[in-house]
Design a protein around this ligand. Sequence first.
Ligand code: ZN
Length: 187
Amino acid sequence: MILPIYLYNHPILRQKAIPIRSITPEIVTLAENMFETMYQANGIGLAANQVGQRHAMIVVDIRDTDEGNDTPPLCLLNPRIIAYSDKQVEYEEGCLSVPGIRELVVRPDQVTVEYDDLELHPQRIEAEGLLARVLQHEIDHLQGIYFFDRISPLRRSFLRNKLKKLERGIAIECAYPYVHSSVNVEQ
Ligand code: ZN
């Protein structure tokens, strides 16, 4: 089932995810739906709070990109970054919850991530390049962090008008179903 994607500035996107301690049918269905939703929106990563769920789950699939040929689709429960490379790289990021905005973000080039799979077995992945980038972006979501929180205050100030428009629900260009918070729609 394709789920609507929650857009900036819905409160759930600022909330921290809750760890998953048991695998229920609901969790398995959520994983399936998150993959389907990500593919329909042409995304390469999605976090559960982007579809309105506070479970600590992300899905990633970069096979359609230049760097993704031998990377299988991944579903990570309770992911946490346990090591970063000193080397940092700049890359232009976008976000399904922040349509129409892209920004260069500096992040470590390599990360080691520990997580649980869909049987709650502990796993570890060493990632670099685009995969490391997507993992960091999605794990940030589970902490309530947007990619634009990681750019300089000056660069963020240039985004202010665009973010205001998005927050107010003005001229949203979104080719996928979405949820927009009406909490902030007032002058
Ligand atoms: Zn995102």
